[in-house]
Design a protein around this ligand. Structure first.
Ligand code: 13P
Ligand code: SF4
Length: 332
C-alpha cells in the first residue's frame, strides 16, 4: 500500500470512530435505542445497542424504555417496532429500505387469496406491511413459524407471502394443509440448487446451512435449515469447523467476525440484500439528530396489526424461543 493510500485508510478509520462516538453521545442525550438487523453493514451493527433477527428485535422494541427507537433494518421491521411500542417515536434512517418480498402482497391480494380458502386462518410472515398484518390472524417470523402454525386448531392454513418459508413449514407440519402465497425473497432465491451441488462437491467437509427463505430446492440440499438466530446458534455451538451459509451476506460477515476460528463462507454470486444496505453511520447520525423518517400507522390498522403480532409473541413466549444474539458484546 502506498503512503498516500495508507494515510487515507487511517483518516477514514478515525473519521468513522469520531462519528461512532458522536452517534453514541447523541443517542444517549435523546434516550434513543438503536436496533439493528444482522443483515446491516458491520459498521451499523457495531454502533447498535442490540443486533439480532426480526423476532429478537421485535421483543426489544416491546420492552425498551427508550423514548426514540431508531431501526436499522427494512421498513416492515420499523413498522413492527411501532406496532409494539405505539407510544414511542420510531425512525427508519433511510426510507428507501423496503423489502421486495413484503411488497409482493397488498390487502387486495390477500383478500382475493383468502376468498379461495374460506375459514382458513391467515398466518402472515413478519415480512409484510402493517395493513396486511391487520388483515391476518397471526404473525410469525422464520424463528417461530412452525410453532405458530402448530398452535392453530384449523387443519387448513393460509400462509403469506413467502413460499420458501411456507414450504419449510409444510415440510415440518405435514398434518396441516398449508395454502401458500406466491411471494419470495429475491436475495435468497438468487442461490441456485446447482451452485449448492457444486459447493458440496468442492467442499465435502463443510456443513451447509440454509435460511428457509431460500428456494425449497436449495434448502432441501442443506444439512441444517433455520432462521437467522438458529443459524447463528447452530454455528456457535457446533464442533464443526467449516460452514457454507446459504443466506444474506450481513449474517455471513457477522458470523465470520464473531467466530474467527471457524472457516465460514457462502456461495457466488454473493447473496446481498441491497435494501438492507441503505443505512450508514452518516445517515444514522442525521436521522437521530433531525428525527427522520418517522414511521406512522393509521390507528385502525395499528390496533388490528398489533393484535396479530401479540398473538405471535404469546406463542413464542410460551415456547421460550431463543432470540439471540442479544447483547452487542463482540463490538463493545
Ligand atoms: P429473520 O426473521 O431471520 O431476521 O429474517 C428477516 C429477513 O428479512 C430475512 O430475509
Ligand atoms: Fe426482504 Fe429478502 Fe431483503 Fe429479507 S433479504 S429484507 S426478505 S428482500
Amino acid at each position: 500500500m502506498s503512503n498516500l493510500m495508507a494515510r487515507s485508510v487511517v483518516d477514514r478509520t478515525s473519521e468513522k470512530l469520531e462519528l461512532f462516538g458522536k452517534i453514541k453521545e447523541l443517542a444517549a442525550k435523546k434516550n434513543a435505542v438503536i436496533l439493528t438487523h444482522i443483515y446491516q453493514r458491520l459498521e451499523v451493527q457495531r454502533v447498535a445497542d442490540f443486533v439480532g433477527d426480526s423476532l429478537m428485535l421485535s421483543k426489544m422494541a416491546q420492552t425498551t424504555n427508550a423514548d426514540l427507537i431508531v431501526f436499522c433494518g427494512v421498513h416492515f421491521m420499523a413498522e413492527t417496532a411501532k406496532l409494539l411500542s405505539p407510544e414511542k417515536k420510531v425512525l427508519l434512517p433511510d426510507i428507501q429500505s423496503g423489502c421486495p418480498m413484503a411488497d409482493m402482497i397488498n390487502v387486495d391480494d390477500l383478500k382475493n387469496f383468502k376468498a379461495k380458502y374460506p375459514g382458513a386462518p391467515v398466518v402472515c410472515y413478519v415480512n409484510s406491511s402493517a395493513a396486511v398484518k391487520a388483515e391476518s390472524d397471526i404473525c410469525c417470523t422464520s424463528t417461530n413459524a412452525i410453532d405458530v402454525v402448530r398452535s392453530l386448531e384449523s387443519k387448513d392454513i393460509i400462509f403469506v407471502p413467502d413460499k420458501g418459508l411456507g414450504e419449510w413449514v409444510q415440510y415440518n407440519v405435514p398434518e396441516k394443509k398449508i395454502n401458500i402465497y406466491d411471494g419470495f425473497c429475491p436475495t435468497h432465491w438468487q442461490i441456485t440448487a446447482s451452485e449448492v451441488d457444486k459447493q458440496r462437491i468442492d467442499n465435502p467437509d463443510a456443513c451447509i446451512v440454509a435460511h428457509p427463505e431460500c428456494d425449497p430446492e436449495v434448502w432441501k440440499r442443506a444439512d441444517f435449515v433455520g432462521s437467522t438466530s438458529a443459524i447463528y446458534k447452530f454455528i456457535e455451538e457446533s464442533v464443526g469447523k467449516r460452514f457454507i451459509i446459504l443466506s444474506e451476506q450481513g449474517l455471513v460477515a457477522r458470523i465470520q467476525a464473531d467466530f474467527p476460528e471457524k472457516d465460514i463462507f457462502t456461495v457466488f454470486p454473493l447473496p446481498l440484500c441491497p435494501n438492507m444496505k441503505y443505512h450508514s453511520l452518516e445517515n444514522l447520525y442525521d436521522a437521530i439528530d433531525q428525527e427522520f423518517t418517522e414511521i406512522t400507522i393509521p390507528t385502525d390498522i395499528l390496533v388490528k396489526a398489533k393484535a396479530t403480532i401479540d398473538r405471535m409473541i404469546e406463542v413464542s413466549d410460551r415456547k421460550k424461543l431463543w432470540t439471540g444474539p442479544v447483547a452487542n458484546a463482540y463490538f463493545s
